[in-house]
Every structure is written in C-alpha cells, then in structure tokens.
Design a protein. Structure first.
Lengths: 327, 327
DNA sequence: TTGAAAGCGGTACCAT
DNA sequence: ATGGTACCGCTTTCAA
C-alpha cells in the first residue's frame, strides 16, 4: 500500500525522526540528509498521512464550514471563496449543510468537532446560547451573524438599507413595504430594524409584510400582501423573494417598475437574468468567505483572540430595471 | 480538554478494551458493564475521536466529493442529496471545488486521498488516464462521466436528446441548431453524438454552433452564431447557455418562441423564473447524488465490485414557454 | 545533527 | 466477558 514514513526512512537510510524533520523543518537537518530524504520521498511518492499527523499534533488541517442550504444561491459564492483561501493555507474544507434546521446544525457541529481545527458557521440558525457553547470548545467564526463578542464577519446591512431607501426616495417614493424573511433570521431582524430607523429619518412611511419564507414561493405569497398595502415600492428580505414578487406582480397585471418598484438583497445570479432585472443590494461574498478563513486561521494561531469587533463589509446597491420613478 | 477513552474506562472502572467494545459491539459485553460504560460516557460527554479511530482502522468515515464549480447551479442539488445520504450512513463529506481546472482537480484528489475513504467525482474534468490512476489507489465513483468500466452514475443523455428533438419535430421544426459546450466535457460529447444520430433518424437537419463556454455569456455569444444559421429551434448544451440565448435573442428583437424555440439541459432553478421560461431536459439530481453515495459505500464494503454498468438515470423533458410551433 | 522512544486516542487480537 | 498489549503513522522530547 501507500508508503509510510518508515519506508522513506529505510530507503533514505536515516531515522523516522530525520525524515519528519527534513520535511517539517528542512533547516534543521544537514543538506545531505535532506537530499537523501527528498529523493526517497520522490521515489516512493510519499505523502504524509494527515490523520496520523493530526493524532499527534492535535491539528487536522481541516476546517468545518456549515451552511444552512448550499442550494440557496447566496451561499456558493461564499463557500467558493472560503475554499480557495483555505487551499492557499493548505487547509481542507469539510462542508456541511444543515438543511435550515437548527437541530441538525448543532448535531453536525458536535460530530465534526473532533475532526476539524475550527468552524466557520455561515448564517447559523442555532440559538445564541448554543453558539456560545460551541465557541468554548473550539475556535469558531460566525458569518452573517453576530452573537455578543464572538468573532464574526458581517455585512453592513444598515447601510445597504440606507442606499436602497435613498434610491427610492430620490425616485419620489414615500410609502414603502418591507417583505420580511424568517423571524428566526438574525439578518432579517437587522434589516427590519434598519428599515424602520432609516425610513423614520427620511420621513418615509413603512409597511411591514410577512414574514414569508425566504424563497420564490415566499415572494409570490408576499406579493399579494404588498398589493393590499397600496405602496409604490417594496424592499424584499432577499432576492429570491424579490423574484417571486416580480413573477406574481406580472401574473396579476401589476407592472414593474411602472406600478411598483422592487429592491432585493444578495445579488444572486438569477437577479440579473430575469426581466425586469431585479435591483438589489449586493454584498461582497468573496470577501466574506475569505475574511472568514483569515479570521479563523488567526484564531487557530492564537493571534488577535478578541476579533469580535470587525467592521462590517460594505454593501452596494445595484440599480436595475425593477426600480423606477413613483407612478 | 475533551474526554478520552481512558477517562471513560477509569470512571467506569473497566478497561479501555471494554469501553471500545461496549460502544462498537454492545452485545459482546455484559449488560451491567455496558451500562456502567454508558453512564460514564454520558457524564463525560465523551465522543470518540474519529481521527484516532481512523488511524487504527484505516477508515476515516469521510468521503471526498469533488465538483468543478459549486457556484454552477447544477451541482448544489447533487451535493445536497449526497450530503443527506452520507449523514444517514454516518459519513462526513469533504467537499472540494476544482474551479473547472483539471490540474487543481488532480491536486485536490492527491492531497485528500490520505484523508478520505473514497471519492465521488462529480463531472470530473481530468483525463481518462488520470482518473483510472486514482481508481487504483482508492475507491472512486464517477458522476456524470463514464470512463471504461469504472463505477459511475450517469444520466440518460441520449434519451433526453430524443425527447427534446421529438418535441421540436412534433411542433413542426425541421432545422435545429445545437449550441455546444466545452469540447473537453464528456457530457457535451455525449449530447452532441445523440443529437446527430437522433436527428438523422428523425430526418431533421442539424447545425452545430459553438463550442461556447457553458455559462450565460456563452449563450449570449452562441445566439449570434445561431441567428446566422437560420434555424427555427435550438438545443443548448445546458440551461445557462439557454438563458444567455433567450437574453440575447430578446436584445436582437428575435421573439422566443415565436421566431425560435429553445431547449436547455439541467433544469436549473433560474430556468423556471425567466420569461419566457426555458424548456429543459431535467435530470434527477437528488437520485444521482444518493446513488453516488450508495455505490461508493458498496465499494467500501467490497460488495458489488464490478458496479461499472449501472443503467443511466432517466431524464425528462419539461416543456415551458420557450418552445412553440414552427414559425 | 541525529536516533531512540514515548505518546496521540483508538482498535483488535490474544490470553485469561 | 474481560483485560493486557501491540500496533496505526507521525511528531516531539531527550540523549547521545
């Protein structure tokens, strides 16, 4: 079977220790020794076993990455960036999908804990206390969620809302609906809070519709709620809802943006493809994934333990065809 | 730190061996012993270390899942199903994204090999020989790709093409374009071959356009190629290309489906959302992901080593607004 | 600079 | 049914 460090040692005519050293700290062995080892390694096609190494070092070289739903187009971008960054550090990514279920999420975390050096929890659905408990056992970085002082990377939701409302106000809208996502979503609460305070500051009227599920069907359902509220513009919790709104409005003969303007959140790929294309508050998913890994590796190396108070990542409004002047 | 098997043994007043047995083969220890162990386990919150176990058993309980691009909406469905199924077996999934690069793909496989029990390679981009080499080292299941007799799960592309062409023929179309995806894609070659032979049998004329990249931009580029060929219908290598076609046709004033009909492959979520909605050949992604894991676990348990000649998974044409009668 | 040996946390064989 | 013990492959003292 696969060559072990012993095989290399024998072939090179040195001890295991020397092989280990030659690989981990080349400067600590005589050049000649190093060369003999290297030759043996090459001849045998030797790759050290990560799990054996893990057993003795306590480091697995693997990080756990948990997402609520990999089929939700918001997450792949983040996962991909995290994956790339991890590769640069020589780390593997153990991806787990919790199916939006807090119980499965905690279960996943529990079983993976022995297998990974740390976790990146992307928009975790678990409760604050559960999350805090996990953090006591193992390094954890939260993405898109803030829990006390736990290390986390978040987007500047409030500023995104501000940009969206400013855009609508500039177009003359005075009465705006917010179609809310899941009550359990931290991000939803953030956006809702921002909508309220910013709208008040801008003297806009706000109608809250929902909560609806954060998908296309949720948007379809939300559309009728919105129509009953006689607003001229809508901000949706996310793009999938926004897409559902567009579709249902079309079916009911409500023209977008002539009769009503729509803005979503997330800038998922489909938003640019539908017509009318959906205006949206875009978030730098790649930066988020990258930053998550960077922060976690810092934690793993005991650097900057505090880490809690990272400034939020900037968001950016993308104006597309779904927003227009007030009718 | 975390409790080890020793701690449990001490607390339960038995030997390590008994603890190990009580956990792995409860029927092989006296009920009383088992109970003492269980109590100790509960009190200590003990979870066996997978990596330590892995070292001695040679099994990691983890499978490697490699995809070319997790951001491609075709893959998340498969990954998710595989993940679910793995959970049922108590296996973890190490997901790796090769960024569509055959070299990265092989690199990933190489480094992960020591860390997983086997691989599921989803639509691998590597060459046949490389793939064969991997299979010699470690159990592997191929998804959406066939290489000799290697174990694999594929879709019935030929039948999908047949359904698509039959639909178009029934609508009166006689001259059809195929917008080809990457030349390196096994699936593209399969579909192209099927288009040729089925069209010949149905006495349809076929024009080949492309190859284009398998994304929205590829479709945009392909649209102009198609227009120059004066056909009344198009089959696209995949839905992303189909979406690009719809968009570009719209921009050039070509009406879909009045002037030209379009059919894609994959049934990605966005296809149902655009307008006109894209007709597409749908493939059972969940079954594929599940079957991949099932086949791999069979392999891991030395059952049904042959496995090569699985019958392809059925595909199904979904007719939506993008196909209509010949102009 | 190098080698011997003691773990890391389990499993599994062999006596008892 | 149970305990003792030799590994699994690698890292890391500790001496030499």
């Amino acid at each position: 079977m696969a060559a072990t460090i012993k095989d290399v040692a024998r072939l090179a005519g040195v001890s295991q220790s020397s092989v280990s050293r030659a690989l981990a700290a080349p400067e600590r062995v005589r050049p000649e020794t190093r060369e003999r080892v290297e030759r043996a390694v090459a001849r045998l096609g030797y790759h050290p076993s990560r799990i054996a190494r893990g057993l003795s070092t306590g480091r697995t070289g693997t990080i756990g990455f948990v997402v609520p739903d990999i089929a939700n187009p918001f997450f792949p971008g983040i996962v991909k960036a995290a994956q790339r960054r991890s590769r640069e550090f020589g780390l593997s990514v153990l991806l787990a999908d919790s199916d939006e279920d807090p119980a499965i999420e905690m279960d996943l975390i529990r079983t993976l804990t022995k297998q990974v050096d740390g976790f990146v929890l992307c928009a975790p659905r678990a409760g604050d206390d559960d999350l805090r408990a996990v953090c006591d056992d193992i390094p954890v970085v939260l993405l898109n969620r803030r829990v006390g002082q736990l290390p986390s990377i978040i987007f500047d939701n409030a500023d995104g809302v501000r940009q969206a409302l400013a855009h609508l106000a500039a177009l003359g809208h005075r009465r705006v609906a917010y179609v809310a996502g899941p009550r359990t979503s931290w991000v939803n609460r953030e956006r809702l809070r921002a909508v309220r305070s910013v709208a008040a500051a801008m003297r806009l009227e706000v109608v809250e519709a929902g909560n609806v599920s954060p998908d296309f069907e949720g948007g379809v359902a939300g559309a009728d709620l919105v129509l009953a509220a006689s607003v001229t513009a809508v901000i949706a919790y996310n793009d999938m809802i926004g897409l559902g709104l567009i579709s249902r409005f079309g079916a009911r003969g409500v023209r977008v943006p002539d009769d009503v303007s729509i803005i979503g959140f997330d800038d998922i790929p489909a938003s640019a493809l539908v017509s009318p294309a959906l205006s949206t508050v875009s978030q730098p998913k790649d930066r988020c994934g990258r930053a998550g890994i960077d922060l976690l590796t810092d934690l793993l190396n005991e650097r900057g333990r505090a880490g809690g108070a990272r400034t939020p990542l900037p968001t950016r409004l993308i104006v597309r065809a779904s927003t227009g002047p007030v009718p």
